[in-house]
Design a protein around this ligand. Structure first.
Ligand SMILES: [Ca+2]
Length: 193
């Protein structure tokens, strides 16, 4: 795991080796023919992926195990990388999924991938009512907070921290407790970069 913009280096130890060829996601990296490889130009969303090395020695050529470079990046880096405005609420490719949600779930904000993912929504009750989402969060997405804008009528909105956040297989579950006597509740995710 590397922070976006930082240096990342892989190296391989193979006594007697005479040639090396590093590959990124299965494709040869031009000029990457030494025992170590510095990720060029630096760790970024573009260089996150699987690295391997074909090592040639007296006994022939062998492919190394896969090393995965995982790059932690924030919304501003994501926006810069894709050439979009630094506004999580915008929808640059017009597919109905905000740039913020594309960032959180690891999809491209410039290649339409709609329709919007159907996020499982929780609503329990009556009595104790809980609303919320299951989000398939990209583990490389770094942010300061995920909040909810909640409204009973699409007019009055209140920004609230989730009452419960838990890890579920493949993502995160965010839940808010809401008054039991309301017939419906609307929740908008708010990304604080
Ligand atoms: Ca979009």
């Amino acid at each position: 795991m590397a922070a976006s913009g930082s240096a990342a280096e892989f190296s391989i130890v193979a006594p007697g080796a005479t040639a090396w060829q590093w590959k990124f996601n299965g494709t040869n990296l031009p000029g990457a023919n030494a025992a170590s490889y510095n990720v060029a130009p630096s760790a970024s969303p573009a260089t996150a992926g699987a690295y391997t090395c074909t090592v040639t020695g007296p006994a022939g050529a062998a492919l190394s195990n896969v090393a995965v470079l995982s790059v932690l990046y924030n919304f501003s880096t994501f926006a810069q990388f894709h050439g979009i405005s630094n506004n999580p609420g915008a929808d640059s490719d017009g597919d109905g999924i905000s740039n913020g949600l594309e960032f959180l779930t690891g999809t491209s904000p410039v290649v339409p991938s709609g329709p919007a993912p159907a996020l499982p929504v929780y609503r329990s009750g009556p009595g104790s009512v809980v609303v919320g989402y299951d989000l398939p969060l990209d583990p490389d997405a770094a942010y300061s907070a995920l909040l909810g804008d909640l409204s009973p009528d699409l007019t009055l909105w209140q920004t609230r921290v989730p009452d419960s956040t838990s890890t579920i297989p493949g993502g995160t579950r965010l839940l808010w407790n809401v008054p039991a006597n309301t017939p419906r509740y609307f929740v908008k995710l708010r990304l604080e970069p």
